[in-house]
Design a protein around this ligand. Structure first.
Ligand code: DX5
Ligand code: ZN
Length: 218
């Protein structure tokens, strides 16, 4: 069954702990935590102290941390100490990936690599054997609630095929524009093994139902 990872970017930050508890009780697998620095993307979200608090409140929750920041290497250790389980950086980052991915592992985290809608899927191929997760963006990173870019579907199937050919099995996650009943099942059919969804979960009238529907995507 596909992993469901609600993105807290669309949660009510005044009640972040309760919002996370609610989605986890509804069957969500991981909490997706979007860090933005106003440089790599044109938005600022939240960072280390918020992750620390959330991890303290929910120590068992798997924290899937997505770094949309200009210099992720500088912050790897601090995000690991704050409670990250998966630490995903962008292939478009200026920091050297051959240094960053081993640094993530050295801190005891699982390493993820993300690619923007305009980046060809082959950009991540050289790193595949160092990754526990690939995060295919279905939107330009920076904001929740944008429409799904269908180029993500072709990338997911290319990744599924390339991983099968090489005997690798990283989590294939998709982030942005993922909606129950429409783009979510399409992503799963294309090879996604994890779904990140922000607005579709936290803006839903019935949040637990939205999580369950995503979980049942086939
Ligand atoms: C976008 C973030 C996403 C975002 C997805 O920069 O990485 O995780 O929250 O939001 P939705 O699901 O609303 O497209
Ligand atoms: Zn994200």
């Amino acid at each position: 069954m596909v992993l469901v990872c609600p993105s807290v970017l669309s949660a009510d930050f005044a009640r972040l702990g309760e919002e996370c508890t609610r989605v986890l009780e509804a069957g969500a697998d991981w909490i997706h935590f979007d860090v933005m620095d106003g440089r790599f993307v044109d938005n600022i979200s939240f960072g280390l102290p918020v992750l620390e608090s959330l991890h303290r409140a929910l120590p068992e929750a798997v924290m899937d941390v997505h770094l949309m920041i200009a210099h992720p290497l500088r912050f790897v250790r601090r995000f690991a100490e704050a409670g990250a389980n998966y630490l995903t950086v962008h292939v478009e980052t200026t920091d050297a990936l051959p240094a960053t991915l081993p640094a993530i592992h050295a801190c005891g985290c699982k390493a993820g690599l993300s690619l923007n809608p305009g980046t060809p899927v082959e950009a991540v191929f050289p790193y595949l054997d160092q990754l526990e997760l690939v995060l295919v963006m279905g939107v330009e990173p920076g904001h929740g609630g944008q429409p799904f870019d269908r180029r993500a579907l072709g990338k997911l199937s290319a990744l599924r095929d390339e991983c099968a050919r090489r005997g690798l099995s990283p989590v294939l996650s998709v982030d942005g524009g993922v909606k129950p009943g429409t783009t979510a099942p399409e992503c799963v059919a294309a090879g996604a093994t994890a779904l990140v969804a922000g607005s579709a979960v936290f803006n839903a009238k019935d949040v637990p139902a939205a999580v369950r529907q995503l979980k049942e995507s086939t």
